[in-house]
Design a protein around this ligand. Structure first.
Ligand code: PEP
Ligand code: MG
Length: 653
């Protein structure tokens, strides 16, 4: 039986990654042949690759054609799907795995064991570590074409099919891991879908039948398809190019009997050695098993450094030795407090490090006694010592470390490296869980702070010469209300818990603050008209641009609070890229120019009667804490691992 129907697509944002995968799954559950036609171009509804390349948008007209015994039932189900705005966009609550508490590594004066002139790195998260190397380098896959003799072609196709099956089995095995979020599961399903996709399989087999070897055929067909995805106008669909490359790369590596390094199988206590670890790789790694981190890129304000400090993991970044030597090393000693690195340490060095680690453990135990003290100076002034967090998985560590609230919740991780933007409901669930964990203590959530240097699926960033001076943070958010509004609405909804405050990054001009306020007001009206309950929020500013510091007087009259982001304030005041290992000498938050800017901000806050905090990494510096308090700072927010030491410093003042 053949049936045909024209439908208007109501799926929000069209058939991008998630809805397309769900739609294909539904189509595959019927035996009938099903075709979707738009503008006279027809594709099989059972191939997500073809479906996505059709680029179906919300409000497009499509013809569905079904031919087979169950054609009528299939037609009804598929039409219903296309006419449902939320189809395939099911929201899952957050069930992030809680990571166990990580130890704090206090700073001790260390005697260097490395020879002068030996390669070293930037101290990024203090503490000494000694352990096996766990290399985390991506395999270099060079697919040279090999001509397959005609009589072996059939065998080559079988080899390809076996590699697909093995890749899919490995993906499905990964799906069984505990602690995966609904979003992770959807990503895995989408990858499995790509591996089996008829379009990809046909192209690879076509190439093999023309005499190409399976590795070359897989890599080239994957690259061709990935480029077709990259040429699409929809940013969601373009992001799928990465899936195609990832899956075909895995199939090719399987054919070669190799596989990419992963952080999932880090042996207990091993030190991860890499050129770069993204915040996302790190967030998914078994953190309790990691002994330390050594990378050839990055610096102390890179996000991987910040995350390492959160978990008390020693880290040395921006290592200036050769990558080859790192790859060849079997074991390594690193000191995250000094940047010292010793590859394959001798017995003497090993003994010195064991002693260093023993002393640090002892000092840490002593410091733990300060985690829950009330941080009052001798003259009775209470300073709030709060935590900087990037995900719900860090909440337990922060509470145990003595955090008196959250002074900075970086929301970037929720957005980074996802296939689609988190919905308003998803965000509401996450912010609510965070607020509840600390209630009634304050939780300050920073609105999305990304730019062209950190791609986010679903946000189109232009190529920029200077992404740190570019279209980022509040600048991007104000231009993209479809991204900003769901976040603001989610924060207002979570504010029902009663302790949420919101702060806006990268403010350089008062008009930006006014525009955010107007948008918040608009979000309130919308929630009211939708009968969705919401609470009240304080709206503060991150003070991190020189322009904000110089106009702090004016900003203070319209902001509820200031939080000084010394990482960026330093980079912008000193005109020194915070990630450039060569500029470490200029990247000093204790530079008189930076301290002058902090002082200006504090004076303006005092005059206007608002409070001021510091949430950059300098907030944890024992030498700067007295300076900040003297200037009028009443809140310090830092990596949980630094909280006990900061409290000790405060009560001694
Ligand atoms: C800062 O700039 O000081 C800050 C706290 O924010 P981030 O490090 O995320 O830029
Ligand atoms: Mg910043």
């Amino acid at each position: 039986m053949q049936v045909e129907r024209t439908v208007c697509v109501r799926v929000r944002d069209g058939l991008h990654a998630r809805p397309a995968t769900q739609f294909v799954k539904l189509a595959k559950s019927f035996q009938s042949d099903i075709e979707l036609v738009r503008d006279e171009q027809g594709v099989s509804a059972k191939s997500s690759v073809k479906l996505m390349l059709l680029g179906v948008k919300e409000n497009d007209e499509l013809v569905i054609r079904a031919n087979g015994e169950d054609a009528t039932v299939a037609m009804d189900a598929l039409a219903r799907f296309l006419e449902t705005p939320d189809a395939g966009l099911d929201v899952g609550g957050s069930n992030e795995a809680k990571s166990p508490e990580a130890p704090v590594k206090p700073a001790l004066q260390q005697q260097s064991v490395a020879a002068p002139g030996d390669p070293k790195g930037i101290p990024a998260s203090e503490g000494a570590a000694l352990g096996m190397v766990h290399p985390f380098f991506h395999e270099n896959l060079v697919a040279d074409r090999r001509q397959v003799p005609v009589d072996q072609i059939e065998n080559e196709v079988l080899r390809y099919e076996a590699a697909v099956a093995q890749t899919v089995a490995a993906l499905l095995e990964g799906r069984e891991r505990v602690g995966l979020k609904p979003d992770d599961l959807q990503i895995i399903d989408a990858l499995v879908d790509v591996a089996h996709d008829a379009e990809l399989v046909d192209q690879v087999k076509g190439r093999i039948k023309n005499g190409e070897d399976a590795v070359h055929a897989t890599t080239m067909a994957g690259e061709d398809l990935a480029r077709s995805f990259e040429a699409m106008s929809d940013a969601y669909i373009r992001a799928r190019a990465e899936d195609i490359r990832g899956v075909t790369r895995n199939i090719a590596l399987t054919l070669l009997g190799r596989k990419d390094a992963t952080l999932a199988d880090v042996p207990d206590g091993a030190i991860i050695v890499a050129e770069e670890i993204s915040a996302w790789d790190f967030a998914k790694a078994p953190i309790a098993r990691i002994g330390g981190i050594l990378c050839t890129t990055g610096s102390s304000t890179s996000h991987v450094a910040i995350m390492a400090r959160t978990h008390g993991l020693p880290a040395v970044l921006g290592y200036n030795g050769s990558v080859e030597a790192l790859r060849a090393a079997k074991s390594v000693a690193i000191d995250g407090g000094t940047g010292e690195v010793v590859l394959d340490p001798s017995e003497n060095v090993t003994a010195a490090y064991r002693e260093r680690i023993r002393k640090e453990t002892e000092a840490r135990a002593q410091l733990a006694a300060y985690a829950h003290v009330e941080p009052k100076t001798r003259d009775g002034q209470l300073i709030e010592v709060a935590a900087n967090l990037g995900s719900l998985s860090e909440v337990d560590a922060a509470l145990k470390a003595g955090a008196m609230g959250v002074g900075l919740f970086r929301t970037e991780l929720l957005f980074m490296e996802r296939k689609v933007l988190p919905s308003e409901d998803e965000q509401t669930a996450i912010y609510t869980e965070l607020a509840r964990a600390f209630a009634p203590r304050p939780v300050i959530v920073r609105t999305l702070d990304v730019g062209g240097d950190k791609p986010v699926a679903g946000i189109e960033f232009p190529e920029e010469e200077n992404p740190f001076l570019g279209w980022r943070g509040v600048r991007m958010c104000l231009d993209q209300p479809e991204i900003f509004r769901p976040q603001l609405k989610a924060l207002l909804r979570a504010a029902i818990v009663g302790n949420i405050k919101v702060m806006v990054p990268m403010i350089a001009d008062i008009s930006e603050l006014r525009a955010v306020k107007a948008l918040v007001e608009d979000c309130r009206s919308e929630l009211r008209s939708q009968n969705v309950p919401f609470g009240e929020i304080d709206l503060g500013i991150m003070m991190e641009t020189p322009a904000a510091a110089l106009t702090a007087d004016e900003l203070a009259t319209e902001a509820d609070f200031f939080s000084i982001g010394t990482n960026d304030l330093t980079q912008y005041v000193m005109a020194a890229d915070r990630l450039n290992p060569r500029l470490v000498k200029l990247n000093r938050a204790d530079h008189p120019a930076v301290l002058k800017a902090v002082d200006l901000i504090c004076q303006a806050a005092k005059k206007a009667g608002i409070w001021v905090g510091v949430c950059g990494e300098a907030a944890a510096r024992e030498d700067l804490i007295p300076e900040f308090i003297r200037m009028g700072v009443t809140e310090l927010s830092m990596s949980p691992a630094s909280i006990a030491r900061a409290k000790k410093r405060i009560i001694e003042l």
